[in-house]
Design a protein around this ligand. Sequence first.
Ligand SMILES: Cc1cc2nc3c(=O)[nH]c(=O)nc-3n(C[C@H](O)[C@H](O)[C@H](O)COP(=O)(O)OP(=O)(O)OC[C@H]3O[C@@H](n4cnc5c(N)ncnc54)[C@H](O)[C@@H]3O)c2cc1C
Length: 451
Amino acid sequence: MTADPDRSLGSRPETIQHHSVIIVGGGPGGLGVAATLEGWHPYFKGDFEFPVPEVQELAEQFRDCPLELDQHRVLQAGLRPIEFYRMRHHPVQEALPLDEWTLGFTRRSRVDWKLLSLDRPGGLWNNVPREQLTLGPAHWMELAQYPVQQFYADTGRDSDPNALIHKNDIVPYYHAFAEKLDLNRRIQTGAEVTCIRPLSEDAGPRFLIEAETDAGRQWYTCDFVVFAVGPKSSPRHLSADGTDQPYVQFNYNHSDDLPGDRVMVVGGGRSADWAATECHDAGKTVVYVMRQTPDPHLKLINESQHLPYYRRLAQILSEDQERLGLLYGSEVKEFRPDGNVLIGTPEGDVEVQVDHVIVEIGGEPDYSLLQGFQPLTLVPKRDNFRFQVMQMQTDQATFESVDVSGLYPAGYLSQGTGLSVIGFHCGAYLIAGDILRRLGYFNTAALMNEA
Ligand SMILES: Cc1cc2nc3c(=O)[nH]c(=O)nc-3n(C[C@H](O)[C@H](O)[C@H](O)COP(=O)(O)OP(=O)(O)OC[C@H]3O[C@@H](n4cnc5c(N)ncnc54)[C@H](O)[C@@H]3O)c2cc1C
C-alpha cells in the first residue's frame, strides 16, 4: 500500500498541489460533499421525530450540528445513518413547503477541498438528451443546501417541485447551486483524473492523483478522496465490428441532429427507450435492437406508466404502427461502410439499411482509476427504478470504503444509498461529517459561524 511519490511519478514534476480532500466528479454526488466541506452545515429545527427513541435523543443533543454526531451511535441504536438525514430532508413523498422543513443550514468555516471534474456542476445531466425529463419529482433531485423550490422562486420559474424536472431546469439548478454556495472557486472543470494511487499510510498524504487538465498534466496529493465519478463513467463496450463508422453515434441528443429517416437504436434500457420513442415521434423509421427478451422490456414499460414518456412508448407499441420495429434477443454483428447493419436475431442473421445508429448501452463506474490498492469489495445494487450498479462496500456510518482508508465513494457508488433516487444525496453528510471529525474540525474554533 505504500508508494514513493517520486518513484510513482517517474520524475518529480515541478509542482504537486496538496489539498486535504479531493473530490473527483462534479455531479450531484460530488457537489453535496463539496458544499458541506465548504462549511454549509445542516442543523435540525422545529419539531421533528425519529422512530427510535435513542436516535431522537441523539438528534436533540446534536440538533445544532448533527455532523458532529458520530453516526456509529445512530447505527448502534438501530437506524441507518443515511436514513437519519433522509428523514429530515424527505420526511414525506411530496415536497414540503420550505417553512415546514426541519432541516436548516448554517455557514461555518471551510476545510481545504478541491473538486476535479470533466463536466460542469451537475455531472451527467449536462450531457443527457436535450429534452430529457427525470424519473422522479424535481425535489428528489435537489441537494438540501439549496432547495429546488428556492431555485424556482429565485429564477422566476413557475414550476411544481413535485413534477418531473426537465434538463433545461435541472442543469441550471446544479449550476446555480455551485454559484450560490460559492463553490466554483474550488471546482476545476475540464479535468480528467486518469489515476488515483496510494502513498504512505503512516505519514504524509495518503493519495496521489494524476489529471489531464487544460493546462496539461497535473498532480495532486490529498488525505481523503471522495470518489464521485458517477454510475456511467466507464461506457460499456459494444462488441460489433465497424463501431467507428461515421453513422454510428454513442451520445444521443435530439432527433433534429439526425437528417436521415432510418434510425437504428441499440440498447434496451431507459436511455435507449427515450431515443427510440423520440425518433419515432419525429417521423423517423426506427429499428430497435436489444439483447434482452420481450418480457423484461415490457415489464419495464409497464412499471413505468407513471412517466409520460413511458405512457407514450406503450401507446406506440399498442398501435398498429409501422415505423417502430423491435428486434428482441438480437445483437449487432457488423456496421458496414455502406450503412448496412448485420444483426444476429433468434431467426438468423438479417441486414438492415440505416442512415443513423444510436448506441445507448450504458456504462459502469470507472473503478479502474484506482490503481495499486487492494481489490475493492463491490456489491451489486438494483432498485425499483431498474437502476443497476456495482457499489463499493462501505462503513454504513461514514460511507468510507471498507478496503481503503480515506476513500469515500459518493453518489450511488456507496453501498447502502437506499432507494437511489432520493437517498444518495444524504450520503454527503456522512462523508463530510467523518472527514471533518478526522481532521479534528470539531475540536477547534472552526465551529464558530462565519461572519
Ligand atoms: C437519462 C438519465 C436519467 C436519470 N434520471 C434520474 C432521476 O430521475 N433521478 C435520479 O436520482 N437519478 C437519475 N439518473 C441517474 C443519475 O446518475 C443521477 O441523477 C446523478 O447524475 C448521479 O450523480 P453522480 O454525481 O453520482 O454522478 P454523475 O452525474 O454521473 O457525475 C459524475 C461526474 O464525474 C465526472 N467524472 C467521471 N469520471 C471522471 C474522471 N476520470 N475525471 C474527472 N471527472 C470525472 C463526470 O464528468 C461527471 O460530471 C438518471 C440518469 C440518466 C442517464
